[in-house]
Ligand binder design. Structure first.
Ligand code: SF4
Ligand code: SF4
Length: 373
């Protein structure tokens, strides 16, 4: 196994005895897996023994940091559908080429209308592969015309597929921030998690983005990479790993990027399936609970983000969305009923999966939540 300048292989944490890390061919839905049903996922999580694995809300209360409430809406995170050109092992969306859920133009326009009526500064577009939504460019163009910061959560390989070849230029022209998953800078580890050949295609896409000015030191076009562990472990320290990525990608492939975000795997969807099939769910949940860090609670992304699903329903975050846990019944449930005052201070709906956000340095779509001391 290759090692880094710091003597560690970043993807090796928990990998040695982890057998579930290889790309799958079909989504859980198409496999007719019971776990394709969010209710079944919640049932599995909720039935774990309560002594060692207390409810998240109870832990917040016990540690004096609950109940959890929103503190404004800085980010509108729009999940434009579950269709994707990849079928990654850990996907919390259960996305893939076999999924058909795609946000309509009408719902996209409702999201744009909310941006028009509010001062929400950031539109965070996710999926699936969001670029596969036929209205993706309309959404980007309209949001940037409103002066909003736009994020595209891009899987990189989509930039090389038929019909999307000019996407890098489009993204650069609209100054879209690209946030891209790359769970390692070593080929074998990426391909195990995301599919054969994904690493080389990702590098090719990164080079194209670099040529357009993305990720260049001192440049304005931001290209962030996202790391998540291959196995059932917490991410290594973000700064150290970023330095390893920087060295590895630059020396081996001549690739530059702006920053690295580390994200903890959520015990839901396909990663939950892996944990169950290896009999390691309780071990992983216990690890998350024992690593609970009260300092991460203040910055939890649900406190400043509102998540929208492909039908327009509202959630506290993309993870709650996938578990079919909508926003509190006390506030509007659909983007067409958006009410800034009510939604900005809503109570947050939580579950055992939330320990994934508060473990260690904390975790969010923007990486760790707690700066090192
Ligand atoms: S690229 Fe992203 S959305 Fe697509 S299967 Fe992989 S993790 Fe899921
Ligand atoms: S899973 Fe969602 S609701 Fe739970 S703590 Fe994380 S961001 Fe908040």
């Amino acid at each position: 196994m290759q090692r880094t300048a710091t003597g560690r292989d970043p993807a090796a944490s928990g990998l040695q005895d982890w057998e579930g890390s290889s790309a799958v061919m079909l989504s859980l839905l198409r496999q007719a897996s019971p776990l394709a049903d969010p209710l079944e996922q919640r049932r599995v999580l909720d039935q774990r023994p309560g002594d060692a694995l207390p409810a998240f809300a109870a832990t917040l209360e016990q540690r004096g940091c609950g109940p959890l409430r929103a503190a404004g809406i800085r980010v509108l995170q729009v999940n434009v559908g579950k269709l994707c050109n990849q079928t990654c092992r850990h996907c919390h969306v259960d996305a893939g080429p076999d999924r058909r859920e795609v946000m309509s133009r009408e719902t996209i326009d409702l999201c744009l209308d909310v941006l028009r009526r509010t001062d929400i500064g950031t539109l965070d577009i996710t999926g699936g592969a969001p670029e596969m939504n036929p209205h993706f460019r309309h959404l980007v163009q309209s949001a940037t015309a409103l002066g909003r910061h736009v994020i595209d959560r891009c899987n990189l390989t989509i930039l090389l597929t038929h019909g999307h070849e000019d996407l890098p230029e489009f993204l650069a022209a609209h100054r879209v921030e690209v946030i891209a998953s790359l769970p390692c800078y070593l080929e074998a580890n990426v391909d195990r998690q995301r599919g054969d050949g994904v690493f080389q295609k990702s590098v090719q896409a990164l080079r194209r983005l670099n040529e357009l000015g993305y990720g260049q030191p001192g440049g304005e076009l931001e290209l962030s990479l996202v790391y998540n562990p291959v196995g059932p472990s917490l991410p290594p320290p973000q700064d150290t790993l970023e330095a390893d990525y920087c060295r590895g990608l630059r020396s081996r492939y001549g690739v530059e990027f702006t920053r690295l975000y580390t994200i903890t795997n959520m015990p839901i969807s396909r990663f939950l399936d892996d944990l169950l099939s290896q009999g390691r769910l309780d071990e992983y949940l216990t690890k998350l609970v024992q690593a609970f860090n009260p300092a991460a609670v203040d910055g939890l992304m649900c406190r400043t983000t509102l998540s929208v699903d492909w039908t327009g329903r509202l959630y506290d975050c993309d993870f709650n969305q996938m578990l079919d846990l909508p926003v509190s019944e006390s506030v509007p449930q659909h983007i067409r009923e958006f009410d800034a005052a009510l939604l900005s201070s809503r109570p947050i709906v939580t579950g055992r999966h939330c320990y994934g956000c508060t473990a260690g340095a904390g975790s969010s779509c923007q990486g760790r939540l707690v700066e090192p001391a």
